[in-house]
Design a protein around this ligand. Structure first.
Ligand SMILES: *[C@@H]1O[C@H](CO)[C@@H](O)[C@H](O)[C@H]1NC(C)=O
Ligand SMILES: *[C@@H]1O[C@H](CO)[C@@H](O)[C@H](O)[C@H]1NC(C)=O
Ligand SMILES: *[C@@H]1O[C@H](CO)[C@@H](O)[C@H](O)[C@H]1NC(C)=O
Ligand SMILES: *[C@@H]1O[C@H](CO)[C@@H](O)[C@H](O)[C@H]1NC(C)=O
Ligand SMILES: *[C@@H]1O[C@H](CO)[C@@H](O)[C@H](O)[C@H]1NC(C)=O
Length: 436
């Protein structure tokens, strides 16, 4: 009985996701937009690619070099309708640039919009999906970030948005070249429901702003599930709030994208950037750097090279952490406990403090392991602090064995602490579908 049930489970497709073989773990890389905006050229992109290699970011999994908006010439080719790059910014053309990026062992990404124009006012791909996808494939493109500006009102129901974004999904597939499809419709019409089998990832909110928690009316929604104007200037910790309910929809090949990272761009403190990187890793967002990787401080480099956090993000289970509780703090802000499971019966949990003061908390295992059941939570766990280095200099210092709780955790203002938990082999575990 148990065996046949197992056989049945394994006979189902491993994941119901876009069948292009890509993004089995969240994609990692670098994108021009957050730091350079429209001020890009061949040199911006090649310098970044070389810096990624020189700083060993490639060895950690940062793989895609993504050219965002404003690479375009003033108009498409008047004879063929094919997209054309700005000849002054890209004198050797995009194919030559992609070849150079490939020569460095990296992959190359491009940007367009499912609209008449891109957000920066260049020509968009709406109703030009096929020729654009074919041209990108002929240039050697491996990744498309596909935006939502100037969409002619072809949105408002999941079906209309699905059809518009599926047109590009099918055009990419028809090229025969595996191209990672990163949808960027800002959560409109609930892509976590409709896009799971047409895209590898979808943005869940308006654009991030390099700021911890400032409310900005240009990012007006307080809840993302029925948001009518995603906007932009969304502070980092607000995007974490938006991500809390939708983690359940993500998995291998289909990720919630919390937007490109701001780590290193200067708008947040060290602890705030640690929170940013930690939470993006825990909820399995793509980790796309958005800073100037040719000019980084040691602090920036230390955050983006924390390989213990990267391992959480790239864990083969592909299971986003869930928010277990969020408690309002009297002086403002809140404390949040997040918990998730990893491969090999390991776990990760995090305590995040958005309040203006340091807080001391007993983190209860009954909360951390609420999904695993009381008997399991009553066991003993070896804990590793993923933001401390061990004696050999590796991230993830062992703190020893704990049962019941982690008592007296002090978490500073805007700080996040992250632990990996490894149960002692004797812990009883409730079995449910996800254990198979
Ligand atoms: C990159 O890795 C190599 C080999 O492990 C090492 O020699 C070098 O110092 C590293 N460079 C940086 C910038 O970390
Ligand atoms: C999808 O493509 C078809 C064929 O080109 C087109 O008629 C249709 O309008 C497109 N759908 C949307 C919602 O853009
Ligand atoms: C196109 O889609 C088919 C069917 O889902 C899939 O088997 C194939 O790998 C896809 N090809 C590419 C290049 O994405
Ligand atoms: C950054 O780290 C490097 C190598 O560990 C060191 O040589 C350099 O002095 C550091 N720079 C600063 C500004 O701390
Ligand atoms: C944490 O637990 C200890 C020992 O059980 C208790 O004395 C303390 O008041 C608790 N602290 C908080 C903040 O709940």
């Amino acid at each position: 009985m148990a065996l046949s049930l197992l056989a049945l489970t394994l006979a189902l497709p491993a994941v119901l996701a876009l069948d292009n073989g890509l993004a089995r773990t969240p994609q990692m890389g670098w994108n021009t937009w957050n730091h350079f905006g429209c001020g890009i050229s061949e040199d911006t992109i090649l310098s970044a690619a070389k810096a990624m290699v020189a700083n060993n970011l490639t060895a950690l999994g940062y793989e895609y070099v993504i050219m965002d908006d404003c690479w375009h010439a003033a108009a498409r080719d008047p004879d063929t309708g094919a997209p054309v790059a700005d000849p002054s910014k890209f004198p050797n053309g995009i194919k030559a640039l992609a070849d150079e990026v490939h020569g460095l062992g990296l992959k190359f990404g491009i940007y367009s919009s499912a609209g008449t124009y891109t957000c920066g006012g260049r020509f968009g791909s709406l109703d030009h999906e096929e020729i654009d996808a074919q041209t990108y494939a002929s240039w050697g493109v491996d990744y498309l970030k596909y935006d939502n500006c100037y969409n002619e009102g072809r949105a408002g129901t999941p079906k209309i948005s699905y059809d518009r974004f599926n047109n590009m999904s099918r055009a990419l597939n028809a090229t025969g070249r595996p191209i990672l499809y990163s949808m960027c419709n800002w959560g409109e019409d609930g892509p976590w429901n409709f896009a799971v089998d047409i895209a590898n990832s979808w943005r869940i909110s308006g654009d991030i702003h390099d700021d911890f928690d400032r409310f900005d009316d240009r990012c007006p929604c307080t809840d993302i599930l029925d948001c009518k104007l995603p906007g932009f200037h969304c502070a980092m910790s607000r995007i974490i709030d938006f991500a809390a309910p939708v983690g359940q929809k993500a998995g291998p090949g289909k990720w919630n994208d919390l937007d490109m990272l701001e780590v290193g761009n200067g708008g947040m403190t060290f602890d705030e950037y640690v929170t940013h990187f930690s939470m993006w890793a825990l909820v399995k967002s793509p980790l796309i750097l958005g800073n100037d990787v040719t000019d980084m401080t040691n602090e920036t480099l230390s955050i983006i090279t924390n390989d213990a956090l990267i391992a959480v993000n790239q864990d083969s289970n592909g299971s986003p952490a869930s928010r277990i509780w969020k408690r309002t703090v009297a002086e403002g802000g809140d404390l949040q406990l997040w918990s998730g499971s990893l491969a090999n019966n390991q776990f990760v949990f995090a305590l995040m403090n958005t309040s203006p003061n340091s807080q001391t908390v007993n983190v209860s295992f009954a909360d951390v392991f609420v999904d695993q059941g009381a008997a399991f939570a009553a066991g003993t766990f070896t804990l590793y602090d993923l933001w401390q280095k061990d004696d050999a200099g590796a991230w993830g210092k062992s703190l020893g064995d704990f049962s019941g709780s982690v008592p007296g955790v002090e978490v500073g203002t805007h700080q996040t602490k992250v632990w990996k938990a490894v149960p002692k082999s004797t812990n009883a575990r409730r079995r449910d579908r996800r254990d198979l």
